[in-house]
Design a protein around this ligand. Structure first.
Ligand SMILES: Cc1cc2nc3c(=O)[nH]c(=O)nc-3n(C[C@H](O)[C@H](O)[C@H](O)COP(=O)(O)OP(=O)(O)OC[C@H]3O[C@@H](n4cnc5c(N)ncnc54)[C@H](O)[C@@H]3O)c2cc1C
Length: 375
């Protein structure tokens, strides 16, 4: 039962955003900037955002050479250029809005390791540079001349550098989003699991940990930003969960000459230095089926694969010990585009961000806000 005060002040809003990850928080901020008088509420089921946004690797990237070549097998050239442009512009837009300092952004370059299996990609380097020339001020990919200073195993035959990529601190990014929400007077309720949406009645039912009945919130408009978890609320969408594993080593005493964000195995594996540790993640391709899960467990097969790569390929001459490991859940579909659409007269969704939400989350939110503004 709600009190008079709760009913009067807590439950009615102009916009309710479900999901407090990058997309949900970005949606609430951009809506509130556009409609400063609007009462905006974000409902997040976790104590922190609990999907992908606080679990990711912080790569500010938009596609390695082999990944782009792979995309060209499934998409037209113009679609690939559109995708890369969207990601690149997305990165520029968050850097411009929040500032590099507040994102912990470092323009450290992206680097891709090629083994025998992938050296075919070198033949396409010029072609891809030409394809992307209209988007970038100079050639995007170049082969690193001397790869010996990296100290990789001799299985690594070549390294490709991307001058337009960088890395950020995912915690700083989320904190900046949170702080902006606070500045704008956006209410965020964490620990609020949304059980149900009544589209017609514009109601959102939230689990009540202290009472028998669910709490019913109401809003003129509802934005669903629950990414991989969306089918639990709105079944039937083309969304497959894709779990991702991340490992972080203990501090490494020896200086490791790894500056930049590194991609390996066609982008399925990635690593970077975080202070004096190595953060390493990915490996979903080792067990696609097993990783189609919403449960945040560590897959031992993938863990083993990543440790093998760390010790045998990346740092063959350095003693490393693991310190932390965690899993996060991404959302994939038949194509790489997020789903941004109205699913009811007043209910819009911005979901299925794939492995690029850092780059495209803010813009995806902007698209949803444009749709909600039309209602
Ligand atoms: C391991 C890993 C590494 C990654 N690395 C990178 C990277 O380096 N670079 C990059 O660009 N991208 C990366 N990504 C992808 C990126 O993190 C995501 O694309 C992005 O965070 C998606 O943001 P989102 O807000 O759409 O989803 P999420 O962050 O998943 O947010 C959805 C939120 O909705 C909440 N929610 C779900 N259901 C409910 C409900 N019923 N009620 C209330 N709340 C609910 C969840 O708790 C969650 O917080 C990575 C992802 C993972 C998992």
């Amino acid at each position: 039962m709600l009190s008079y005060w709760e009913k009067k002040h807590f439950v009615d809003h102009d916009l309710i955003v479900i999901g407090g990850g990058i997309v949900g928080l970005s949606t609430s901020i951009q809506y509130k900037i556009r409609f400063p008088q609007a009462k905006v509420l974000v409902l997040e089921r976790g104590i922190f955002p609990s999907g992908a946004s606080s679990k990711n690797a912080g790569f500010a990237c938009f596609g390695s050479l082999t990944e782009i070549l792979d995309d060209l097998n499934h998409m037209s050239e113009s679609e690939v250029v559109e995708l890369v442009t969207k990601r690149y512009k997305g990165l520029l837009s968050i850097r411009c809005f929040f500032g590099d300092e507040n994102l912990g952004y470092l323009h450290s370059y992206g680097l891709e390791l090629l083994t025998d299996k992938e050296t075919y990609a070198l033949k396409f380097l010029d072609k891809i540079n030409q394809l992307l020339a209209p988007v970038f001020s100079e050639e995007i990919f170049e082969q690193v001349e001397d790869i010996r200073p990296f100290g990789f195993s001799d299985k690594v035959k070549a390294v490709i550098r991307n001058k337009f990529e960088g890395e950020l601190d995912s915690g700083k990014f989320l904190n900046s989003l949170w702080e902006k929400c606070q500045d704008l007077n956006i209410k965020i309720l964490t620990g609020s699991v949304v059980l149900n949406i009544d589209m017609e009645g514009k109601k959102v039912f939230v689990q009540n940990p202290t009472g028998k009945n669910e709490i019913c919130f109401q809003a003129d408009k509802i934005a669903v930003c629950t990414n991989a978890f969306t089918n639990l609320l709105l079944p039937g969408l083309d969304i497959q969960p894709g779990r991702g594993l991340v490992l972080v080593t203990k501090p490494i005493s020896k200086t490791v000459p790894l500056f930049g964000t590194f991609h390996y195995d066609k982008g399925y594996v990635y690593f970077r230095k975080v202070e004096d540790r190595i953060l390493l993640g990915g490996g979903r391709n080792i067990d696609f089926e097993g990783e189609r899960s919403l449960s945040m467990e560590v897959n031992p097969k993938i863990r083993e694969y990543l440790i093998h790569i760390l010790k045998e390929i990346i740092l063959p001459d350095t003693k490393v010990e693991l310190d932390l490991e965690w899993a996060g859940i991404m959302a994939f579909g038949k194509n790489k585009k997020p789903i941004v659409e109205m699913v009811g007269k007043n209910v819009g969704i911005a979901v299925r961000l794939g492995g690029m939400g850092v780059a495209i989350g803010w813009q995806t939110a902007e698209e949803l806000v444009n749709m909600l503004a039309e209602v």
